[in-house]
Design a protein. Structure first.
Length: 272
């Protein structure tokens, strides 16, 4: 038995596979957290989902990580209000994941603030780098397929209750985050801080980067065998009594690719 076969055989077992999923998930979270800290330091605006925490971190004594946690917990509470009995208790794990994510952001902020950005060219470069980091981080999170994060969970909840297509809800949600961020920034500081051209770049191109990663890394599952076990993804937002029991996915490339295509729709501004 060669190394590749032994590698896949080992991670096909439930416990090692879950450990591998967590490792990939946390690495993806770390990349996105670092990108939030980097784009905040660039001064050209963060991604739409981080606009409000970024702006509030400039106007209060609380850090961007603290505000990220507070805002995302609010998203979970809104899910509970909207879904009521249809809210699956497993989704409370969103809070645990966002707590780790928020702590990661605050960890990276001091390091990113030390990066020299003497002119607009450097600021734009690091903003674009942040977009690529976000895209690759989301790619890894989708591959890990552990749980829906609050920013996606609230959109899924709104889509479920209103019967409006998820992509349209996602565009409206991201737009609302940017608009609220702009309003807070203008009122509190008299200018744009945390919401600028970088926010638009992120909204337009993060989905493109996710899709690019999917195309450039078609054999990712062969190197990092994640498929084949139950996941706690968006389907768990459905009622436990009405939703079908999660099925074990076949160990092929079809399931991860389909998931990434769906995520690409979620993170792009294309309207059906």
């Amino acid at each position: 038995m060669n190394f590749t076969v032994r590698w896949h055989t080992f991670f096909d077992r439930s416990a090692p596979n879950m450990i591998l999923r967590f490792a990939v998930m946390f690495f993806g979270l770390a990349l996105v957290a670092a990108s939030v800290a980097l784009t905040r330091a660039s001064g050209l605006g963060t991604s739409p989902i981080s606009c409000i925490p970024a702006v509030l971190s400039f106007t209060t004594a609380w850090t961007i990580g603290t505000w990220t946690f507070v805002v995302n917990v609010l998203f979970v509470l809104i899910q509970i209000i909207l879904l009521r009995s249809d809210f699956n208790p497993i989704q409370f794990l969103q809070i645990a994941f966002v707590f780790v994510f928020s702590a990661m952001i605050d960890f990276f902020v001091p390091f990113c603030e030390l990066i020299p950005m003497p002119n607009y060219g450097f600021e734009l470069f690091y903003t674009i780098l942040g977009v690529f980091m976000t895209g690759f981080g989301i790619f890894l999170q989708v591959k890990a397929s552990l749980i829906t994060l609050p920013g996606e969970g609230i959109v899924l909840a709104v889509s479920k209750v209103t019967k409006i297509a998820f992509p349209k809800c996602k565009v409206a949600f991201d737009t609302s985050q940017g608009v609220i961020g702009v309003i807070i920034s203008l009122i509190a500081m008299g200018g744009l801080f945390g919401v600028r051209e970088g926010t638009i770049l992120s909204a337009l191109f993060v989905g493109v980067v996710v899709n690019l990663c999917n195309k450039l890394l078609p054999n990712f599952e062969k190197a990092v065998p994640l498929a084949g076990h139950r996941t706690l993804t968006a389907t768990t937002l459905e009622s436990p009594s009405n939703a079908p029991a999660p099925q074990e996915a076949p160990a092929t490339d079809a399931t991860p690719e389909a998931a990434l295509e769906a995520t690409d729709v979620s993170y792009s501004l294309e309207r059906d």
